[in-house]
Design a protein around this ligand. Structure first.
Ligand code: GRF
Length: 206
């Protein structure tokens, strides 16, 4: 299966996918395109280092949101990707790409949805909020993407315990290493194997 990965920052989740295509559970998966919302994303270097085609597609470079949405849709269609993986991608997708790839876009979010998600809950913020609320577990969620933030069907979740000395940064690192880098490749595997069905906004794994 061919996939496109959308990024905005460091790209450690992209790296986890790349590593799994080489030596892990995604050996039959090809990353045909990396799309970045920023020219400065380190994720672009990871793509280049691994010979993966990339494109910077920013809404501010287009006359309207609609044109940007169309450009994104065209780029992915042209790449031949069947699945779009949002791996630390910070922009809200437009309606054209969401409907062109209906139930074919997944996102990784660094909390157990529906806690600590939605507009503005990115980067360190979900971890700050989790510690401020005093929850005893947190984690990460892979979910399908619709036109609203973090509200599509949940595919996979993994949790970690909150530890007494946790700071937002320590928790963020643990959730990345123990949750995000595990469940995002696993979600791609499940979809590639045709094991996921969606009914009434619920994802079922067969
Ligand atoms: C991750 O925590 C991801 O869950 C969130 O943004 C961060 C991106 O990290 N959506 P990276 O760019 O994959 O290193």
């Amino acid at each position: 299966m061919k996939i496109a990965v959308f990024v905005s920052g460091g790209g450690t989740n992209l790296q986890a996918i790349i590593d799994n295509t080489k030596t892990g559970i995604l050996k039959d998966i090809e990353i045909v395109l990396v799309v970045s919302s920023s020219p400065d994303a380190y994720a672009l270097e990871r793509a280049a280092d691994n010979g993966i085609k990339s494109a910077v597609i920013r809404s501010k470079d287009y006359p309207s949101k609609d044109d940007w949405d169309q450009a994104m849709t065209d780029a992915v269609k042209e790449s031949g990707a069947e699945l779009i993986v949002l791996a630390g991608y910070l922009s809200l997708l437009g309606s054209k790409i969401v409907s062109a790839f209906s139930n074919r876009i997944i996102n990784i979010h660094p909390s157990l949805i529906p806690s600590f998600c939605g507009p503005g809950m990115y980067g360190i913020k979900p971890h700050v909020a989790a510690l401020a609320r005093g929850v005893k577990v947190s984690g990460a969620t892979v979910h399908f993407v619709n036109e609203n933030y973090d509200s599509g069907p949940i595919l996979l979740q993994k949790s970690v315990d909150i530890l007494p000395d946790d700071t937002p940064e320590i928790l963020q690192k643990r959730i990345m290493e123990e949750c995000e880098w595990q469940i995002l490749p696993k979600a791609i595997r499940l979809i590639a194997d045709g094991r996921v069905e969606i009914n009434n906004n619920i994802a079922y794994i067969r």
